[in-house]
Write a protein that binds this ligand. Structure first.
Ligand code: SAM
Ligand code: SF4
Length: 319
């Protein structure tokens, strides 16, 4: 369906948990966050009901995220039930990959199409530093398993940070040359920890591109990413630039939090609680509520004017 500004909304990001096995410095405080109680987390059955209602409104693409989606028990069953819903054309996941190696095959069989794996450094010590203890080998075991079972096209999400990984840009690019891996550089957004934690600095997509002569624009937009490539490379390179190149005009998403709130925009605190409606067992009302939430999407975010969502961090929204 179209929102109030004529944008076709066809994509829902579903956070299946606010828990995570890592503590990325720009996303989570060291001590973690107070986790939602099990009674507050959407059941698989309710996620299924929401997806069925959303499909009826023309939403075709779904992405499971978190927290860490693979930390949610039974995730393979959820994938299996969502993949079976008529009208779910694309089912993907964003994960840190460290728990993927053991589950990749089952996820693929259950109907997951592809994964984005977040890896902000290719150096052991820096990966451990940014994730506060994460194991790069475990993340790459996930990357290799995803490639092996055919969860593709595979994308690596890299949050670009001056003073942290700006010296690794070419190493990431090299991965796209020799492997069927697409890199997505994401501008750091001043949300939650990223705003409080100023050791890492924002690096614009333009600055990265300026270090990459010979990049060929593919003249296609993939969601909100601009896509480029090097000749002969097996993978491509995308830039997601929420700060420097406000992409709100091509936003096609709505978000669902792990505790059942619809967020029309990542960058505002506005939420529509589905809890009561789910309790009423009225799926027509559920569909109408999702429609109204889509109609409440604003025209654009105001991060560059200093406006900030304060109620939730990224791990609680799902990125
Ligand atoms: N745990 C999973 C993961 O890390 O891929 C899924 C959830 S995570 C919140 C989703 C994405 O949001 C990750 O790629 C992460 O790097 C990104 N992210 C988190 N905080 C961010 C921030 N302040 N600015 C830009 N991207 C951010
Ligand atoms: Fe966890 Fe993902 Fe946030 Fe890192 S970015 S702390 S892996 S939710």
């Amino acid at each position: 369906m179209k929102d109030s500004f004529g944008r076709e909304i066809s994509y829902m990001r579903i956070s299946v948990t606010d828990r995570c096995n890592l503590r990325c410095r720009y996303c989570m405080p060291e001590e973690g966050i107070e986790n939602l109680g099990h009674d507050k987390i959407l059941s698989f059955e309710n996620i299924e009901r929401i997806v069925k209602a959303a499909v009826a409104l023309g939403i075709k693409k779904y992405r499971l995220t978190g927290g860490e989606p693979l930390a949610r028990k039974g995730i393979v069953h959820l994938v299996e039930s969502l993949a079976k819903i008529d009208g779910v054309e694309e089912l993907a996941m964003t994960t840190n990959g460290t728990l993927l190696a053991d589950q990749a095959e089952a996820l693929k069989k259950a109907g997951l199409h592809r994964v984005n794996i977040s890896v902000d450094s290719l150096k052991y010590d820096k990966y451990e530093e940014i994730t506060r203890g994460g194991d790069l080998d475990a993340a790459f075991a996930g990357v290799n398993a995803a490639l092996r079972v055919g969860l593709k096209p595979l994308k690596l999400n890299v949050v670009a940070m001056a003073g942290f990984n700006d010296d690794e840009i070419l190493d990431f690019i090299q991965l796209t040359i020799n492997h069927p891996i697409n890199i997505r550089f994401i501008e750091l957004m001043p949300i939650g920890q990223a705003e409080k934690n100023c050791e890492y600095r924002y690096l614009s997509s333009e600055e990265i591109k300026s270090k990459l002569p010979g990049l060929i624009p593919l003249n296609k937009q993939e969601g909100v990413a601009e896509i480029y490539k090097y000749p002969e490379a097996l993978g491509n390179i995308g830039f997601i630039s929420p700060m420097s190149n406000q992409f709100c005009g091509s936003c096609d998403k709505i978000r669902l939090t792990a505790d059942g709130k619809l967020k029309p925009c990542l960058h505002t605190d506005e939420e529509i609680d589905l809890g009561e409606i789910l309790n009423k067992n009225d799926d027509v009302l559920l569909k109408e509520t999702i429609r109204n939430a889509i109609l409440r999407k604003g025209e654009k975010h105001h991060l560059n004017d200093g406006a900030k969502p304060v109620d939730r961090g990224m791990s609680q929204i799902g990125g």
